[in-house]
Design a protein around this ligand. Structure first.
Ligand code: HEM
Length: 320
C-alpha cells in the first residue's frame, strides 16, 4: 500500500506505530507520576491515591500493548528476513535465528527482559525502590528502540552520536506525549472525584507539566535536528524525496502541537490561576482539557508517521 506516495508495508507500519505509542505511554506516564503527580498532589494523599491507581492501570495497559506489538513486530521482521509466511515464521524456528543472530533480535530480547522487570516492579509498586527500578526499566524500554531503527544502522562515531540523539528523542517524545496522557488522567479524576482543595493542586500539576513539556520540546528539537542532519542531510533531500516530504508533514504536526502548548502556557494557565482564586473561569480548564486531547491525537499521528519513516530508505541515500 502507499502512504503519501511512499510504498509501505501496512501491517509493519501499524505495528511499529502502536508499539511506539504504547512504549511512550509506559515511560511517559511513569515520568509524569514521579515528576508531576506525586509532588503536586502531596497535600492530598486521598487525591493522589486515586490518581496513582489510574496511572498504574494505564502503565499496565501500555505495557501489555507494547509486549503484544513487540512480539508481532519481531514476527513481521522474521517474515521479511526469512521470506516466510506468518505461521511459518513462528513454527519454523526462523524467529529463533532472528533473535539469536540479528541486532534487532538481541534488542528485542533485552527489551523483553526490561518488560518483565517492569511488570514485577508494578506488582510491587507500594515499595519506593520498586517504583524507581520500574521507572528506570520503563525509560530503558523506550530508549532501546533506537537500536532497532536507522540509528542502529549508522556506523562509527557518527553511529554513537545518532544512537545517543535517537535515544534522547524517544525519551523526550515519551515524556511529552505519555505525560499528556497522565495529565488527562489527572483531569478526569478532578472531574469525577475531586478531593477537597483540588483546584490549586490541579493548577500546580499543570504548571509542573508545562515545565516538563518545555524541556521535552527542547530535547525533541535538538535530537530531531541531529536525526535529520544524519538521515536527510540537505534541504533538497527534504523536498524531493518521499522520506523528506513525510518528515515535513511530521514537522507541521509538531509545530501545531507546540503552538497549542504555547496557548496553554501563555493564555489558559494564567486564566486557570485567576479562576482558582475567583472560583470562576471553568472555560479555561475546559479549553486546557480539549487542547490536551488534541495534542495527544497529533502525537499519535506523529507515531504513525515515524512508523513509516523507519521503514523507508533515508533521504540522504536517495539524492546525489
Ligand atoms: C512530538 C514531537 C515528536 C515525536 C513524538 C517524535 C517521535 C519520534 C519517534 C518515536 C521516532 C522513531 C525513532 C526510531 O525509530 O528510532 C522519531 C524519529 C525521528 N524524528 Fe521525531 N519526534 C518528534 C519531533 C521531531 C522533531 C521536532 C524532529 C526534527 C527537528 C524530528 C525528527 C526525527 C527524525 C529525522 C527521525 C528519524 C526517523 C527514522 O528513523 O528514519 N522529530 N521521532
Amino acid at each position: 500500500m502507499s502512504f503519501f506516495a511512499a510504498e509501505i508495508d501496512g501491517p509493519l507500519v501499524l505495528t511499529r506505530a502502536i508499539h511506539f505509542a504504547a512504549s511512550a505511554t509506559v515511560a511517559g506516564v511513569l515520568t509524569f507520576r514521579g515528576l508531576v503527580a506525586q509532588p503536586a498532589l502531596r497535600p492530598s494523599p486521598e487525591g493522589y491515591a486515586i490518581v496513582q491507581a489510574r496511572l498504574v492501570g494505564l502503565t499496565w495497559a501500555g505495557l501489555a500493548v507494547a509486549v503484544a506489538t513487540g512480539i508481532l513486530w519481531l514476527t513481521l521482521e522474521t517474515m521479511m528476513l526469512a521470506g516466510v509466511a506468518f505461521g511459518e515464521a513462528i513454527r519454523s524456528g526462523a524467529m529463533l535465528v532472528v533473535v539469536n543472530e540479528t541486532q534487532f533480535g538481541l534488542v528485542s530480547e533485552i527489551r523483553g527482559g526490561l518488560a518483565v522487570v517492569l511488570a514485577a516492579c508494578l506488582m510491587l509498586d507500594r515499595f519506593a525502590l520498586a517504583r524507581w527500578v520500574g521507572l528506570a526499566a520503563g525509560l530503558s524500554l523506550v530508549a532501546a528502540i533506537a537500536w532497532t531503527g536507522h540509528a542502529g544502522a549508522t556506523l562509527g562515531g557518527l553511529g554513537d552520536l545518532h544512537l545517543a540523539a535517537d535515544g534522547l528523542h524517544l525519551l523526550a517524545a515519551s515524556a511529552w506525549i505519555g505525560g499528556l496522557a497522565g495529565l488527562s488522567v489527572l483531569f478526569a479524576v478532578g472531574r469525577r472525584r475531586p478531593a477537597p482543595g483540588w483546584g490549586p493542586l490541579q493548577f500546580d500539576a499543570v504548571g509542573r507539566f508545562s515545565i516538563l513539556g518545555i524541556v521535552s520540546v527542547a530535547a525533541l528539537i535538538a535530537s530531531g535536528a541531529v536525526n535529520t542532519w544524519i538521515l536527510v542531510g540537505s534541504v533538497r533531500a527534504l523536498l524531493v524525496t518521499d522520506y523528506g516530504r513525510l518528515l515535513l508533514v511530521k514537522f507541521a504536526a509538531f509545530i501545531i502541537m507546540v503552538s497549542l502548548a504555547a496557548v496553554n502556557r501563555v493564555s489558559l494557565t494564567p486564566r486557570l490561576v485567576a479562576g482558582v482564586k475567583s472560583g470562576a473561569e471553568p472555560n479555561a480548564l475546559a479549553a486546557l482539557k480539549r487542547n490536551t486531547l488534541v495534542e495527544i491525537a497529533l502525537g499519535l499521528a506523529i507515531f504513525a508517521i515515524v512508523g513509516v519513516l523507519g521503514t523507508l530508505h533515508p533521504a540522504i541515500h536517495l539524492v546525489e
